[in-house]
Design a protein around this ligand. Structure first.
Ligand SMILES: Cc1cc2nc3c(=O)[nH]c(=O)nc-3n(C[C@H](O)[C@H](O)[C@H](O)COP(=O)(O)OP(=O)(O)OC[C@H]3O[C@@H](n4cnc5c(N)ncnc54)[C@H](O)[C@@H]3O)c2cc1C
Length: 303
């Protein structure tokens, strides 16, 4: 009886969410939703296009166990998939608007679209995002950037749902660190950036173009991957350490440490999460053994 009631209730929730424009998918392969192309099935995958639908989701039992997914470009899903709901912001959450020297955008907006909008409007400050895939939510949550600059520098305020309640947080109330922030338990729905207005932005275009050229030469962009696997330890390059322990090109199953960049693992042949995790363990072991350095993963491993 209890089971029957639960099923009827969740059926009703799914119907309500669908009526509000959500795309509700059952037993959805997560390999379809991440750049690594790895991962088992999620019980449910729900693409949520507006705030009303998000609130409805939060007010349902489904919100007891969910994971917020952006572009899936910094993620390793497990082979067993995800027991619960994977939520993805779409529709209105992808909107971008400009007011003076500020850009306001939804948590689901693509970082590349926001950068393009900034450049087209002679607004500078986001050039460090050039070539970084994924969404604004993922970028701000993980303080994305390059070696010298991070997205948090130009964040002004952030709208989030925390414990199902909406809050607008000023940047000074958020702790941003190296590929980290205190926003990890929030759903980022909107971000306001404060940028610099110029009459011409040739320098910005040059910085963007240089960033992209460098990536094309140094990263295996034509094979599925999730970007840098490890954070760079203070004063070291994780990629160089991996190269020095002789692991570049090492394969386990369908996964391989890139020949081009030691800190990238590529999915060359239907790799499993197990293959990738075995390479991660091997790298950590060898780097620790030779350099006494404990590498910390940058990618999020979701079980
Ligand atoms: C080829 C390649 C190159 C890369 N280069 C860089 C680089 O130079 N610098 C860099 O920093 N990163 C880089 N990355 C990693 C990745 O692109 C960034 O970390 C990106 O910002 C992740 O965004 P995403 O939307 O894909 O997040 P996801 O991978 O979907 O999620 C990452 C984390 O963010 C959280 N998250 C996502 N959306 C939200 C939201 N709306 N609210 C709250 N939390 C959310 C997720 O729960 C998860 O914990 C690279 C990746 C690839 C594949």
């Amino acid at each position: 009886m209890e089971e029957r009631r639960r099923v009827i209730n969740s059926d009703l929730i799914f119907k309500t969410l669908s009526a509000l424009g959500c795309n509700v998918l059952k037993d959805e392969p997560l390999s379809k939703h991440c750049s690594f192309k790895i991962g088992g099935k999620a019980d449910f995958f729900i693409a949520i296009p507006n705030e009303q639908a998000l609130l409805t989701f939060f007010n349902s039992v489904l919100a007891n166990n969910y994971f917020i997914l952006g572009g899936g470009t910094n993620i390793l899903f497990s082979d067993e998939g995800y027991k619960g709901v994977v939520v993805h912001l779409t529709g209105n959450f992808g909107k971008i608007s400009i007011l003076g020297d500020e850009i306001s955008c939804g948590g689901g907006a693509l970082l590349s679209n926001v950068l393009k909008t900034a450049l087209e409007n002679n607004l500078s400050g986001l050039e460090c995002a050039a070539g970084i895939p994924g969404t604004i939510g993922g970028a701000v949550c993980g303080n994305a950037g390059n070696r010298d600059k991070w997205i948090s520098t130009v964040v002004k305020s952030i709208e989030v749902y925390k414990n199902q309640k909406k809050e607008i947080i000023n940047k000074n109330k958020v702790q941003f660190g190296y590929r980290a922030s205190s926003l990890e338990n929030c759903v980022i729905t909107k971000v306001n950036f404060s940028l610099k207005k110029h009459t011409r932005n040739d320098n910005d275009l040059q910085e963007v173009s240089e960033n992209i050229q460098k990536r094309l030469k140094t990263q295996p962009l034509n094979i599925p991957n999730a970007g840098s696997i490890f954070k760079n330890p203070n004063g070291f390059s994780a990629g160089k350490l991996i190269e020095k322990v002789g692991l570049k090109g090492k394969r386990i199953g369908g996964a391989q440490i890139s020949e081009l960049h030691g800190n990238f693992i590529v999915n060359t042949d239907s790799a499993s999460a197990k293959d990738v995790l075995a390479l991660i363990d091997l790298i950590k072991e060898k780097v620790e053994e030779k350099f006494n350095i404990n590498l910390e993963t940058e990618i999020k491993i979701i079980k």
